[in-house]
Write a protein that binds this ligand. Structure first.
Ligand code: ADE
Length: 225
């Protein structure tokens, strides 16, 4: 899967893709991440990519021309399955949306800044609008990194232990059950006996019950769905 991420603050995106699972996914050739500096497509030599809003009001608006130029250049080389705009008024990201995106081949993610992009970009280029939650970030970059991470980790082959993405919270509509590791007892705090029993069917049953109970307590809305 190929990601082309459009940003006017590309430095914000280097670290998330340079470590751990996201780095390994690229090294394994399963994912390509290309980060594009929108300022290279500025309308003048001052690097201008935004302007005042028509009609007045505080805050700058990202102009259509630099975005059009960059997207047109990208599209000349390949077709894109989705052009995703990161914005607080988009559809709130969840596991199901991440799963759906993970089936795509080529995706553009556009990071907003300031007061957002000229509405014509949204009308004529953008195919999906995604928010990572009901709060406003300084820009779309952190959201883009969150979205890309959620997608990349479920691409087959990215995680070494494939079953581990399938047992994540939300994959089966439940939160994940509690987990423990050594030592079996620490300062009097004990691991549940069942996990040390070696009885795998019973352990799976216990995990399922714990997942349901945790979901009932913390996210009853998930059980309603
Ligand atoms: N840009 C600013 N706030 C955002 C949010 N909550 N989600 C995605 N992109 C954003």
């Amino acid at each position: 899967m190929r990601f082309d991420i459009i940003s006017c603050q590309p430095e914000l995106l280097t670290s998330p893709f340079s470590h751990s699972i996201l780095k390994r996914a690229q090294q394994k050739g399963l994912v390509e991440v290309h980060i594009h500096d929108l300022r290279k497509y500025a309308i003048n030599k001052h690097g201008q990519i935004d302007d005042y809003a028509f009609g007045g009001g505080a805050g700058m608006v990202m102009m259509i021309e630099p975005i059009d130029k960059l997207i047109t250049e990208l599209r000349a080389d390949r077709a894109y399955d989705a052009i995703i705009y990161m914005t607080p008024d988009g559809q709130t990201l969840n596991q199901k949306i991440a799963n759906q995106f993970s089936l795509l081949q080529n995706v553009i993610i556009l990071c907003g800044h300031y007061k957002g992009v000229d509405e014509r970009v949204r009308q004529h280029f953008v195919t999906h609008e995604i928010s990572i939650g009901d709060y406003v970030l300084s820009g779309g970059e952190l959201g883009a990194a969150v979205l890309a991470d959620a997608i990349i980790r479920i691409i087959p082959g990215v995680l070494n232990d494939e079953s581990s993405a399938l047992t994540d919270s939300f994959q089966d509509g439940l939160l994940a059950p509690p987990v423990y590791t050594r030592p079996a007892e620490y300062k009097g705090m004990k691991v549940p006996d069942i996990l040390l029993s070696g009885n795998n069917p019973k352990i799976e049953e216990w995990r399922f019950e714990q997942a349901v109970e945790r979901t009932r307590q913390r996210r009853p809305d998930l059980l309603d769905e």
